[in-house]
Design a protein around this ligand. Structure first.
Ligand SMILES: O=P(O)(O)OC[C@H]1O[C@H](O[C@H]2O[C@H](CO)[C@@H](O)[C@H](O)[C@H]2O)[C@H](O)[C@@H](O)[C@@H]1O
Length: 284
């Protein structure tokens, strides 16, 4: 068994063994940025790590249903990830916009709720607010359609810029009935109500999952962690994987501490997926 397949917790080891013993009932669910795709300065260049798509596609025919749970709009995740039409990904579901949106490869069906008016109001006010705050050069707005994200990764002092903007962005979101989604050098103002945990739980129940492996790297993944931890209490085995940062940033402590297995970034995730494939192939 590959090194990547050794959870550090007893619960994680048991859960992984249960998953490998029953691949037809397994779900492999992954975050996108920082997990399937390396963190890069330009979000538009966030493509899957080398081998990631092939590793995921190899698991499909082994029985596992697959899900990508991401903060990206579903259309962006499909474009950047290249998931559509890939052999082996016929049972992939993308839970986009933190689960507010959904796309199923099996049917091509896409669902998304209406965008609340607060998003347009934030879109209109955000540039003036950043100007008023003298947001440093490099701070950028990502318009995600049903949310607005403010990125600081390309500022000279990314963390300092984040601290400067966090409070006022929170106030702007609150004024227009939106929630704040913190992330890796990003603050996102988005409609509340959806999170990766709610979306994943619905997907798991509906697909009759008997185990789930979830891998994530950021605060937005904690809802998914919490959801699968709760399902663990109901008897659904689920090894939790943290994709540790390889960009020099500190790890997101809550994610790393709650994981059964920490792997070194997307490259480690690819190794993990290949390890799963190897173990499932050996067992069949
Ligand atoms: O839920 P995820 O799949 O992890 O997506 C969350 C957000 O990720 C993106 O931002 C992050 O990745 C960028 C590209 O590597 C990076 O430049 C940025 O600093 C990170 O915060 C994305 O831009 C957001 O829309 C996603 O919601």
């Amino acid at each position: 068994m590959a090194i990547a397949l050794h959870p550090s917790t007893a619960a994680g080891r048991d859960a992984l063994a249960a998953l490998l013993a029953d691949p037809a009932g397994a779900v492999v669910a992954l975050d996108y940025d920082g997990t399937l795709a390396p963190i890069v300065a330009d979000p538009e260049q966030a493509h899957p790590a080398p081998g990631a798509l092939a590793a995921l596609a190899a698991l499909g025919p082994r029985g596992a249903a697959l899900a990508v749970a991401t903060g990206w709009p579903t259309a962006s995740a499909l474009r950047l990830g290249g998931f559509a039409g890939v052999a082996g990904l016929e049972r992939l579901t993308v839970l986009g916009h933190y689960g507010a949106e959904r796309w199923d490869a099996a049917t091509g069906e896409f669902t998304a709720p209406q965008v609340p008016p607060g998003v347009a109001a934030v879109r209109a006010e955000l540039p003036a607010l950043l100007a008023e705050l003298a947001a440093p050069a490099g701070v950028g707005i990502e318009d995600k359609g049903r949310s607005l994200a403010v990125h600081t990764r390309r500022a000279a002092d990314p963390q300092g810029a984040l601290e400067l903007l966090r409070g006022p962005l929170g106030e702007l979101a609150a004024r227009h009935g939106l929630s704040v989604e913190p992330g890796r050098l990003v603050v996102e103002l988005r409609p509340g109500g959806a999170d990766k945990g709610v979306a994943l739980t619905g997907f798991l129940r509906e697909s009759g999952a008997r185990s789930v492996l979830y891998a994530g790297d950021d605060l937005g993944d904690l809802a998914a962690y919490a959801a699968v931890e709760e399902l663990r209490g109901e008897g659904l085995p689920n090894p939790l994987v943290a994709s540790g940062p390889v960009t020099g940033e500190p790890p997101v402590r809550e994610v790393a501490e709650r994981a059964d297995l920490v792997v070194p970034g997307p490259v480690g995730v690819v190794e993990l997926l290949n390890g799963l494939y190897g173990a499932l192939s050996a067992a069949s």
